[in-house]
Write a new protein. Structure first.
Length: 245
């Protein structure tokens, strides 16, 4: 797919990974709809500085009506939708499984149900133009070791499997579903976390994935029309690799 002139929705676009993906897409000529529970104003300015155009939408994407509104705004304002980046996600650091069911259920909703619903609601528009979905998962969904947020790991594992299970969607609907699976990423928050650590603590942590590596993998998943059900794993100090299916 040629990204120039295409319409892209990016969720979780106010900061971090979503913000970086939005800016990279703007550099490639995409027109953007940006969604987050927080304010996307900074990302809109960054997109404008990159020569792009973006519409911000503030809302909780665990609300079905907010997800529906997101797709409707994209198609009404720009006349279609070709790219959906399901990036919104995160955990609840103060409430983890098996405590506080309402909190860990919300994590499952945001990290798994929301991207599945967004894909479903965007499917008619994406199908009309041979569109593509890029899900943003995490290596937490792949690893076989204890993890502090079981609900987050389970949701990301589900998102990866959702992607591979949809590998035949081009035949049925003309839409590709793909997924990028990064380890720890060098966002502003990651930089702050590193700065707060002692030298010994930093020595035990992996080197964060540079944002250009992640955004480059997203661009490749969008551009390469042969990739459907593709899952690309990003590990520190390793080349991006496809997860065997």
């Amino acid at each position: 797919m040629d990204i120039d002139g295409r319409v892209a929705v990016v969720t979780g676009a106010a900061t971090g990974i979503g913000q970086a993906i939005a800016c990279r897409l703007a550099e490639q000529g995409a027109r953007l709809v940006l969604a987050d529970i927080g304010d996307c104003a900074q990302t809109v300015r960054m997109v404008a500085n990159a020569g792009g155009e973006a519409i911000p939408i503030t809302g909780d994407l665990r609300d079905d009506l907010e997800v529906k509104r997101l797709v409707e705004v994209a198609t009404r304002r720009f006349g279609g939708l070709q790219i959906l980046v399901n990036n919104a996600g995160g955990g609840q650091p103060r409430a983890r499984y098996p405590d506080a069911a309402a909190s860990w259920s919300a994590v499952l909703e945001l990290n798994l149900r929301t991207p599945m619903l967004a894909t479903q609601l965007a499917l008619p528009a994406l199908s009309a133009s041979g569109g593509v979905v890029v899900n943003v998962a995490s290596t937490a969904g792949l690893d076989h070791v204890p993890y502090n947020w079981p609900e987050y790991a389970a949701a990301k594992a589900g998102l990866i499997r959702f992607t591979t299970a949809m590998a035949d969607l081009p035949r049925r609907a003309g839409v590709r579903v793909t997924c990028v699976v990064p380890d720890w990423v060098r966002t502003t928050r990651a930089e702050a976390e590193l700065a707060a650590m002692t030298a010994d603590e930093r020595a035990t942590r992996p080197v964060p994935i540079p944002l250009p590596v992640l955004t480059g993998a997203v661009i490749e998943l969008i551009r390469n029309d042969d990739l459907s059900g593709e899952v690309v794993v990003l590990r520190p100090d390793q080349q991006p690799r496809a997860l065997s299916r």
